[in-house]
Design a protein around this ligand. Structure first.
Ligand code: IMP
Ligand code: MG
Length: 182
């Protein structure tokens, strides 16, 4: 285990099993809704690993694009405003919007509205994790977690720890801006 990690919250094999289940559920639901092609939009960079694994378990026609959205600016709590760069072409597309984690829910709802404004036919939301305190829910979620700052499997602190194969809680000593920990 990485020495900056206090404890492992979700092990690699548990993540893999849940992502297989989610892929199968999403595939079934899109089929039932008569959707042939899924336009996957990945919220970078946190959802990169999750999305790469998830789409391999969806046996349908899929296109992939990404969008940059950030609210944390290197800290450990949401700043309440979301920066979004270039919006992909989603006109008349059925979008599966994927993020790593729902905290306040602001990132997901902001990006979802931006894509609907850009003419998406539908936007279905999916995240790997959501925190107990999240005010919104997404359509598909891997795991509910307590209100702790987590890293690994795509999630970062100041750009680090994305490459861990599990989800873990960072030691307080690994966090430099402890004043902003919720
Ligand atoms: P929200 O907008 O408050 O829902 O925050 C969601 C975004 O903040 C996600 O896209 C993540 O990038 C980031 N985030 C929220 N909680 C964590 C965490 O515990 N670890 C790492 N990133 C997080
Ligand atoms: Mg993010």
């Amino acid at each position: 285990m990485n020495r900056d990690i206090e404890k492992i919250l979700i092990h690699e094999d548990v993540i893999d099993k849940r992502i297989r289940e989610l892929g199968a559920i999403i595939e079934r639901d899109f089929n039932e809704n008569g959707i042939d092609v899924i336009t996957v939009i990945i919220i970078m960079k946190g959802a990169l690993l999750f999305s790469a694994d998830l789409i391999r378990y969806i046996d349908k026609k899929v296109t992939v694009d990404c969008i940059n959205a950030s609210s944390y600016k290197g800290g450990t709590s949401s700043l309440g405003t979301i920066d979004i760069d270039h919006v992909p072409n989603v006109l008349n597309k059925d979008v599966l919007l994927i993020d790593d984690i729902l905290d306040t829910g602001l990132t997901m709802s902001t990006v979802r509205n931006v894509l609907l404004d850009a003419g998406a036919a539908s936007v279905t939301t999916c995240c790997l994790l959501d925190k107990d305190i999240a005010q919104d829910r997404c359509d598909y979620c891997g795991f509910h977690i307590p209100n702790e700052f987590v890293v690994g499997y795509g999630l970062d602190f100041q750009g680090h720890y994305r490459n861990l194969s599990y989800i873990g809680v960072l030691k307080i000593s690994g966090i430099s801006d402890t004043s902003s920990i919720k």
